[in-house]
Design a protein around this ligand. Structure first.
Ligand code: RET
Length: 258
């Protein structure tokens, strides 16, 4: 755990462990597939907006914006990953000079993407304009507090688990508040949906819980120990969560408003 005092204080566990070439390559691959998928779907969402009634076009357009923003952030994670390790004797050792890896950029990116993802819901459900604006603000407040308290806490993962857990619990309180607000929007969405697609908002509720619920698991994972496997599994969890909560979610919502 002596890989640089600064990394210990303000880093992520990625900077503490030596990776096998398999683990390193898996990490690169996971990040590469993630940013590649997000960039590619910019085209899909822009084109699918052309098929929609004008008032719903903003739904896939917002997905395209989320794709661009997340794609850039994940590209940055990928290049930082590549710069953060040095190949020594067949092992990928955390670089002692230059760049260190951080997941903190993700939290910065969520500050943009999460309010956009939440905004898509009342717009897709066709709620009245004044209700939509109110719902977006009511969801965005707990969402941003959840992200920023999590950002403070994740700096504790290299050893200060009290910090990780305290801020994790505070962040979870905001997550529960957010879930209550989202449930309200889903209920309004069910009431506002034509009979043949009433099941969509109801199912989307479970999808939301299952996919957003992956992020706190990834956050807590370093407590299992700083090992190469934990590093790779966490990037995989983040990626599955990213692709399902943004990309697949966007496809589902575009299908709903079609
Ligand atoms: C944190 C900190 C630990 C507790 C909880 C968290 C929840 C994070 C979530 C993030 C969702 C992000 C999305 C990003 C899309 O771009 C902050 C990890 C509850 C739910 C959907």
């Amino acid at each position: 755990m002596q890989t640089g005092a600064i990394a210990d204080t303000f880093g992520n566990i990625e900077n503490l462990v030596t990776l096998t070439s398999g683990q390193y390559t898996m990490g690169s691959l996971i990040l590469m597939v993630s940013y590649g998928a997000h960039f590619a779907f910019i085209i899909y969402f822009l084109m699918s907006s052309l098929q929609l009634a004008p008032r719903y076009r903003i739904v896939p357009v917002l997905s395209a914006v989320v794709m661009a923003s997340a794609g850039l952030s994940l590209l940055r994670e990928f290049s930082t990953w590549q710069a953060a390790y040095t190949l020594i004797g067949g092992q990928y050792v955390p670089a002692t000079d230059g760049e260190s890896f951080t997941n903190a950029y993700r939290y910065g990116n969520w500050t943009i993407t999460v309010p956009l993802l939440l905004s898509q819901l009342p717009i897709a459900f066709g709620l009245a304009r004044s209700v939509t604006h109110k719902k977006i603000i009511r969801m965005s407040i707990p969402a941003l507090l959840m992200i920023w308290t999590g950002l403070i806490g994740q700096f504790g993962e290299t050893g200060d688990f009290a910090r990780l857990n305290l801020w994790g619990v505070i962040s979870t309180v905001f997550f529960v508040w957010l879930i209550v607000e989202v449930r309200g929007v889903i209920t309004a969405g069910i009431a506002n949906s034509p009979a043949e697609i009433k099941a969509w908002p109801a199912n989307l509720w479970w999808y939301f819980l299952a996919t957003w619920g992956l992020y706190p698991i990834a956050y807590a994972l370093p407590q299992l120990g700083a090992s190469g496997d934990v590093v790779v599994v966490r990037q995989l969890l983040f990626s599955i969560a990213d692709i399902s909560s943004k990309l697949l979610y966007g496809i589902i919502l575009s299908g709903y408003v079609l």
